[in-house]
Design a protein around this ligand. Sequence first.
Ligand SMILES: [Zn+2]
Ligand SMILES: [Zn+2]
Length: 147
Amino acid sequence: MTDRPQERETRQRQVVLEELRKVSCHPTAPELYELVRKRLPKISLGTVYRNLERLSQRGTIRKLVLGGTETRFDGDLDVHDHVRCAECGRVDDVENLPKKIPDPAPDMAAGYTILGHRLEYFGLCPSCQQKRRKKRGKEERGDGKEH
Ligand SMILES: [Zn+2]
Ligand SMILES: [Zn+2]
């Protein structure tokens, strides 16, 4: 137990980081907040946001700026690409892609020196595929009324 603000902040940041590394779902700040709150019931959403920002500025975690509208966070710093569900916005890792897309030479890239690239796949996640199949099945059977 500690009451010193500095120690409390360190502890909060630690828990935010631990919870983020535990999950593979690339949570948004509010999603992570729900997890962190189970261990630190008094923490606020604003504090979780602040810690995520600070950790990503330091390069301890990755902030994912993808095609979706929400900012998501990734505790896995290894280079990897992502696939996003176009329906529900869930984000997963893409495993074992063949290495690697060559960087374009400066004369191909408007004179830029290339520092990296961002690749995002999008598709339908397994649960959205299932939902669609169910919906289609229902339409085919022609029974809009199921009660
Ligand atoms: Zn989905
Ligand atoms: Zn990832």
